[in-house]
Design a protein around this ligand. Structure first.
Ligand SMILES: Nc1ncnc2c1ncn2[C@@H]1O[C@H](COP(=O)(O)OP(=O)(O)OP(=O)(O)O)[C@@H](O)[C@H]1O
Ligand SMILES: [Mg+2]
Length: 370
């Protein structure tokens, strides 16, 4: 049980800067998810914590220890890999035991020593019970399903009772249904173990559903850190705004104007009335990128609505996505599948509804303005 602290951590591979001055505090017992697109540096960040990659610059702490020069085996962290990396010739029991064989452990505050066979067995049994593997201890990995192998990899990570768990896309080899189930199991495991989790994924659904806090990376740089809902409701820049949310946030260039005391965004072909801008006041006549989530755009808006043409309608059963052309861009509206709904080619009026539904970004810096 420890916090993991990155202080200005940089990792360069020759010319490539994989992680760029990352400062991030993973709190004790938190479920922190590192989220970002492929190649943004997630695995590299995790491998530096595990001690599998050297650190080019900066300070890394686990608990109150600076670990930059501490060997991987002495860091007291466990890593679960995407591939699981189980030993094929060993039984489930021996796979789970493997981290206990090589290392020394401090038992009841005593000096580190090798565990006795009975102590190892007790830990194997406990880990197997925790992950529902008791019946499978005698099998070899080839005789397990993907989900069972994944649980063996988790069991192997917990036997050494590490200060922090590091997981690199551990669900990506599972099918959609098993992934959804395993997400719930991981949240439950995190609660029962009461240990720090640092979890890497490019899947925003995993991040949103499991994380205490999300850290979003792009190009090796930290973009935003916060609880899932806070990041969704107040993205700090255009990258985060477009990365979190499905379908993604609509973003349109325009000008913010104040007319007779009321706020609008002028899109050239018309204006949206902005009932509640929220946050910092924005000056009249500011060039902006307007962000509106698909669920905050409504068809049939009255005054202060913009004319648009329906391009396509996607039916998803419980909801539909209406794609419209608006001032030369495509925007998506998300609405319940009630009634007949609009048809392609139809002219409609679009309005914005909801508190803090309008996000304004600086077109040059891409930073949030309101
Ligand atoms: N050993 C290495 N040598 C050279 N470049 C590397 C090495 N490992 C990673 N990189 C580069 O560093 C950057 C970050 O890679 P990393 O594997 O951390 O990304 P990632 O966010 O985990 O991506 P993915 O989602 O695809 O797993 C990439 O540009 C990658 O090509
Ligand atoms: Mg990776």
């Amino acid at each position: 049980m420890s916090e993991v602290v990155f202080e200005g951590i940089t990792k360069r591979f020759g010319e490539v800067t994989a992680v760029d001055r990352l400062t991030l505090e993973v709190r004790n017992e938190e479920f922190m998810v590192l989220l970002g697109p492929s190649g943004c540096g997630k695995t590299t960040a995790l491998r530096m914590v595990a001690g599998l990659e050297t650190i080019t610059e900066g300070t890394l702490r686990i608990g109150d220890r600076v670990v930059n020069d501490v060997e991987a085996k002495d860091r007291n962290v466990s890593m679960v890999f995407q591939s699981y990396a189980l030993y094929p010739h060993m039984t489930v029991a021996r796979n789970i035991e493997s981290p206990l064989v090589a290392r020394k452990f401090a038992v009841n505050g005593g000096p580190p020593r090798k565990l006795h066979k009975a102590e190892r067995q007790a830990r194997i049994d406990e880990a197997a019970r925790t992950l529902g593997l008791t019946e499978l201890l005698g099998r070899k990995p080839a005789a397990l399903s993907g989900g069972q192998r994944q649980r063996v990899a988790l069991a192997r990570a917990i036997v050494s009772r590490p200060a922090a768990f590091l997981m690199d896309e551990p669900l990506s080899n599972l099918d959609a249904k098993l992934r959804a189930q395993t997400r719930l199991e991981l949240v439950d495991l995190h609660e029962r173990l009461a240990t720090t989790f640092l979890y890497v994924t490019h899947d925003q659904v995993e991040a949103m559903t499991m994380a205490t806090r999300i850290a979003i990376l792009n190009d090796g740089r930290l973009q935003q850190v916060g609880p899932p809902q806070a990041v969704y409701e107040r993205p700090h820049n255009l990258f985060v705004a477009r990365f979190i949310g499905s379908p993604p946030m609509n973003t349109i260039e325009g000008t913010f104007v104040i007319d007779a005391g009321e706020a609008f965004v002028d899109l050239g072909a018309g204006r949206f009335r902005v009932a509640d801008v929220g946050g910092e006041p924005v000056a009249h006549d500011t060039r902006v990128v307007v962000g509106v989530r698909p669920e905050h755009l409504v068809i049939g808006g009255g005054a202060g609505a913009v004319e648009a043409t329906v391009v396509a309608v996607e039916w998803l059963g419980h909801e539909r996505h209406v794609v419209c052309e608006l001032a030369g861009s495509h925007v998506t509206i998300r609405e319940p599948s009630e009634g007949a709904g609009p048809k392609a080619g139809e002219r409609v009026r679009l309005g914005v509804e909801g508190a803090n539904a309008v996000h304004l970004f600086d077109p040059a810096t891409t930073e949030r303005l309101n």
